[in-house]
Design a protein around this ligand. Sequence first.
Ligand code: FMN
Length: 168
Amino acid sequence: MDFKALVRARYSCRKFEDRPIEQDKLDIIIDAGLAAPSAINSQPVHLWVIQDEKYREELKKCCKFTFNAPCIMVVGYDPEISWVRDYDDKDEGEADSVIFATCLLMQIADLGLGGTYVGDFDPAALKRILPMTKDYEVICMIPCGYPAGGPSIKHSDRKRREDRVTFV
Ligand SMILES: Cc1cc2nc3c(=O)[nH]c(=O)nc-3n(C[C@H](O)[C@H](O)[C@H](O)COP(=O)(O)O)c2cc1C
């Protein structure tokens, strides 16, 4: 799909078939995240690809939005590595993580798969379930898989262009 079509085709997918994503497709998705830009090329983002059923079940305790997906990608950054802006001490690790996640989502859509950016989870509970994330700031989860449902009504509910864009 060309990019113009892809950004319009992407939607938050919240219903999935009960079958795993093949490893070759997972590798393509992961490579898209790894190709993302990061501040001063610090590459502080880490990705945990959760397919193990036991962990996916456990993650329901810290997040209402896992949608029984066969794969849950967890995106976070190492605050020891991320770049901090001198002027106001702003840590750009969150921006790096969101861009990384966006690349994952777009690649997921391009492969005909579905996923949703999920920010509504309990980070402390998540760290108890996934102790390997303890030294990271976890920014989002992306439940993903083969779509079994289309976009929600919110997908087509966009504010007016003139209210969101200003030419100066
Ligand atoms: C920062 C952020 C956090 C989000 N968190 C959640 C979430 O916790 N649960 C959920 O179902 N969707 C979540 N979404 C998806 C949005 O609800 C969705 O993008 C929006 O409704 C527009 O729909 P669309 O993605 O289909 O165009 C989140 C999206 C963003 C960008």
